[in-house]
Design a protein around this ligand. Structure first.
Ligand code: K7E
Ligand code: CUA
Length: 664
């Protein structure tokens, strides 16, 4: 769809592609061999390397010359690295990591700075310094990515983080006091009013103790709606609330949009309420939680839930306002409908009108109509689950089923009425058509084509694929296994991100590029048009505090540096500029308490300085304009040479100084 082409870069790539294909087609194989004499010609190189025409096409679509920017940016979860990764597309160049739940020295995160952010994720005062990031969510305005914020969940510890896309740094971590794990997050409502965090494995709310024998009565599920304050750029826990849910294992969620704005949809597994115990002769979880042929799609009326919360109809559990399950049922906030066994992904079509669910053990995608859901709710229902939640009859809300293949997981959307579903067991991505008005009625609800991937695909991400206006063009398969794709570097293998061309109609899907990803295990990613991002090149003013995103009153101007003492409290005020720190000597005594501020007074782009003190575990990254303050107790006397850890200039090695700590 020409109208969807996002920027001149794609046009440029398209032009190169066109040129290469035309060359390859018009010159043909005979011309390739006639060019043999010239070992520098691309035809000869291509022939010697055994590249096919499809390979050349893929190269032309992805090769990005030095200095040329990518038209798309992928924001990928980093799995149990606890981080987020930023990747340019279609070049598939890793642009940077964003430290989130795990300390990271290059960014100076958690080694003297960033501690306040990390401390937000402390759990009952306990430091938890890793996370398992699954689902990044870009902030949205009217259902479109707006390039301002990104959010991500920590499945392992039920935490949510806020990343500011002006500097791609983590600003906040909140810890969900109700639960110790999550998976249905993060997803945002169409104007980012709420960040959705659904739980996963049932447990007593508030992380209390109860024996597994009391699973049905004492264990619960939950979904939390974190209020996002755009002005402050922070989640406001005091305006956030949760809903108590039956102790099914709620899995992925998605937010309604357009016609379904104000609603939220979540899958669940283990409606069997299996509690495992293979060692006691019970069925293992994998069998016990898959006995039923269906589980429950959760249909949540968020708008009505917000009204119930605002009316004060909640109870406080561990500091969180919770709408109890009884109140949820009384106020018609939650409905169930059956969904095929062991569902995983739930994805809302661009119009908000269809809800696509994949059951891992069912070869179909199942599509529900939001209008039929509304009609069925209005008509009233009689059936409930064992907790009293109304169940909408499957047939009355079902729109279509499309047989796509084995192990369907996640679905993404294109601009042209196509949907794409990852097939874990098939190791493939299926393209199918949404056979409804506004999509592809001409094709009906049908499988169009499949492309094999290498291997075991989890999530897929399409350009702007979760918005009300997807871009198409490219899709990335985030594959769990790479097996034989890359040089062997030992038994721990990278994941494989495969870039797929979805820019043309019909049976034309082509894998363009393999990107080994040797960090954590990414799950989901979102892909935004690069021109929607407006990251700063340097901090707006010298003396900037990235935590407050404002000038720091403590920042140090050149000429005002120095070391001062009050009793045993020492204040160090320092500047950094190529290629020296001022001062270069800091002479203190054992037992001193030190507060040390450094301002990088550079205005040149990329003129970042590092700062490390051995033994004391200090390591900072001070970007142009940034001010950082850290504190430590000088418990150990000795001579500590600090230095700049970023190779900033020809005299970078000389950018050092001495901290001497005299014995008491
Ligand atoms: Cu399928 Cu956590 Cu979304 Cu992994 S999840 S793939
Ligand atoms: Cu500053 Cu190296």
């Amino acid at each position: 769809m020409a109208g969807r082409i996002p920027s001149s870069r794609v046009v440029a790539v398209g032009a190169i592609l066109f040129a290469v294909v035309v060359l390859a087609v018009t010159i043909g194989p005979s011309a390739l061999s006639s060019a043999q004499g010239d070992s520098s010609s691309w035809q000869v190189i291509a022939e010697e390397r055994g590249l096919t025409e499809a390979d050349l096409r893929a190269a032309a679509m992805t090769y990005t010359p030095s200095g040329v920017m990518d038209p798309y940016v992928m924001v990928a979860s980093g799995g149990h690295s606890g981080q987020v990764f930023i990747i340019g597309m279609p070049s598939m160049r890793l642009l940077r990591s964003v430290a989130v739940f795990t300390p990271e020295p290059w960014q100076g995160y958690g080694y003297g700075a960033g501690e306040e952010v990390l401390a937000g994720g402390d759990m009952n005062g306990r430091q938890v310094r890793w996370g398992d990031t699954h689902h990044p969510a870009l902030s949205e305005t009217n259902g479109d990515y707006d390039g301002q914020w990104a959010f991500i969940n920590d499945k392992a510890n039920a935490r949510v983080a806020v990343i500011d896309l002006r500097d791609f740094e983590t600003k906040q971590i909140v810890n969900n006091p109700l639960f110790l794990n999550d998976h249905g997050g993060t997803f945002v409502t169409p104007n980012t009013e709420y960040i959705i965090e659904g739980g996963q494995y049932g447990q007593p709310l508030g992380s209390e103790y109860a024996p597994l024998a009391e699973y049905e009565t004492a264990y619960r599920g939950m979904i939390t709606f974190w209020k996002f304050d755009r002005e402050a750029g922070r989640i406001d826990p005091s305006q956030s609330f949760a809903m108590e849910l039956p102790p099914y294992w709620q899995d992925l969620c998605d937010s309604g949009k357009l016609v379904s704005d104000g609603w939220v949809f979540c899958n669940s597994i283990n409606t069997e309420l299996a509690t495992g115990g293979i060692e006691k002769g019970n069925p293992p979880f994998e069998a016990g939680a898959s006995r039923n042929t269906t589980d429950f799609l959760h249909i949540i009326n968020l708008k009505a839930a917000e009204a119930v919360y605002k009316a004060g109809n909640t109870v406080e559990i561990a500091g969180m306002q919770v709408i109890t399950l009884d109140t949820v049922i009384e106020n018609d906030l939650l409905f169930f409908t059956p969904e095929p066994r062991s569902p995983h992904g739930v994805d809302i079509a661009p119009g908000g009108d269809y809800i696509v669910v994949s059951g891992k053990l069912d070869p179909h995608v199942t599509v529900y109509s939001f209008q039929k859901i509304l009609d069925t709710i209005a008509a009233g229902t009689t059936e409930t689950d064992q907790y009293g939640v109304p169940i909408l009859p499957y047939e009355s809300v079902l729109e279509a089923q499309v047989e796509v293949g084995l192990g369907p997981l996640h679905t993404q959307f294109g601009p042209d009425g196509y949907a794409y579903t990852s097939l874990f067991l098939d190791s493939a991505v299926a393209r199918w058509s949404i056979g409804a008005e506004g999509y592809r009625p001409q094709d009906g609800w049908s499988l169009i084509s499949k492309v094999p991937i290498q291997y075991n695909v989890g999530h897929i991400a399409a350009a702007e694929g979760d918005t009300v206006s997807p871009d198409g063009q490219f899709l990335v398969a985030l594959n769990k296994w790479s097996v034989d794709r890359f040089l062997n570097t030992g038994p721990l293998l990278p994941q494989n991100f495969q870039l797929i061309d979805i820019g043309q109609e019909g049976d034309t899907l082509q894998v363009l590029y393999d990107m080994p990803f040797g960090v954590g295990e990414p799950h989901y990613a979102q892909i935004i048009k690069a021109d929607k991002l407006a990251a700063w090149e340097v901090y707006p003013e010298v003396g900037w505090n990235p935590l407050t995103q404002s000038p720091d009153p403590n920042s140090v101007a050149q000429g005002t540096e120095g070391v001062t003492r009050e009793g045993n409290e020492v204040t160090v005020r320092m500047t950094a500029v190529r290629s020296h720190f001022t001062p270069e000597h800091v002479e203190i005594k054992a037992g001193d308490k030190v507060k040390w501020t450094i301002t990088n007074v550079e205005r040149a782009r990329d003129a970042t300085h590092g700062f490390s003190i051995p033994y004391y575990g200090i390591n900072l990254s001070i970007e142009p304009g940034e001010t950082v303050t850290f504190e430590f107790e000088a418990t150990e006397p000795g001579v500590f040479s600090w230095y700049c850890t970023e190779f900033c200039s020809a005299l970078h090695l000389e950018m050092m100084g001495y901290l001497t700590i005299e014995p008491e």
